[in-house]
Design a protein around this ligand. Sequence first.
Ligand SMILES: Nc1ncnc2c1ncn2[C@@H]1O[C@H](COP(=O)(O)OP(=O)(O)OP(=O)(O)O)[C@@H](O)[C@H]1O
Ligand SMILES: [Mg+2]
Length: 391
Amino acid sequence: MSSLIFKDRSKLSPRYIPTELLHRKIQIDLICDIFEPCTSSPILFPLTIIQILGPTGIGKSSTVIKCATILEKKFSEKFLKFKFVYINLKLHGGNKYTIYKYILETLMPDISCQGMSAEEMIRYVLKYLRVEKKYAIIILDEIDHLIKITKDLGIVYDLTRLNEFEPNESCNIKGIIFIARSKEFYEKLDPAEVSTLGRIPIEFPPYSQEQISDILDARAKEAFYQKTIGTDVIDKISKITVSEPVNGDIRYALDLLLHGGGLAESEFTDRVTIEHVMKIHNRIGNNIDIEEIQNLTNDTAITLLAIIKGLKISRKSSLKLKEIYLQMKELLKEKISDDKINNNIDDLLEHKIIAIKSLKEIKLARIMELEKVEKILEQKIKMNTSVKNGK
Ligand SMILES: Nc1ncnc2c1ncn2[C@@H]1O[C@H](COP(=O)(O)OP(=O)(O)OP(=O)(O)O)[C@@H](O)[C@H]1O
Ligand SMILES: [Mg+2]
């Protein structure tokens, strides 16, 4: 049966990049302008490294891919051969070898790289591009994730010095674009590597509530039939999206649209309402329930309480481990080792109650009313303590 709601639900997929990325024009122009001269005189254009920073789900990857496709067109208008390689290091994972192999396979699909070392692969790619007069840009997305999990840090060093591999030859990889959530991965790099990352990072600001409404409105127009979703619903989703704990993640908003629409469809109605969206929000929003809190061990409950208190006091959406240790010590008024706290933090991570935001920083992974959960935790801890003391 055809849908009463969806014209094309794939337009809400996070993988779909709309023709126009609203409210990212400044960033698109900035990135394209950096590489624009390369499309007129590529030989003179030096290897250029840029980094893009900004929190989750605010269009970093989509914007950079959009820029790469714009540049692709500009190169082809000048009859130049150009290709970009996009690697999401979180999905792709791996080490230097697998990443270089992917670069080689994307740029040279007909070549087998069997038996080559990582360095040989890069040399091979550079030589191939030079001989074929082809140009490339490499986009390394979620570089912070790779740096966090790997000891093999040479990749940043290597890629930012591609032009030094063969100093007397031209380097036809013209750009490396690193994308990360924050600067914290710098901590794991040595100063020489940090300095090669490009002078100034381009920081993407989160969208405002109005901007999110504009974006969702445009996405909804592509996905839904006319008049199936009102501005009241879009505005409600935008409000949820700018607030804690979603903090601007457009992916979450798109999920609410998609599954809200799906729910309306399953009820054979022809309108998506705020109720539909709220039902989904409560379901996928992952509200923490009381039973789950009650099942935490006392130590883990105290750690969660410390985190909640820390978040409330700092009015931030994430806390540094240091801040949690401090809050914990404040709460317990007794000595506790950082290792012990780390174990409790691991426990909360395992329960998916908190999540790692970046190196040494965590955030809540669930939707919860801080005051309410705080009270429940305090009661639970008080009860456990009196049981322990035989009261
Ligand atoms: N301006 C925009 N217009 C339309 N859709 C957008 C816009 N910005 C982001 N989106 C959509 O939001 C989703 C998340 O965007 P994207 O993946 O680019 O975010 P990100 O900043 O790379 O997030 P992460 O840090 O998690 O990788 C995508 O589906 C994307 O299409
Ligand atoms: Mg991304």
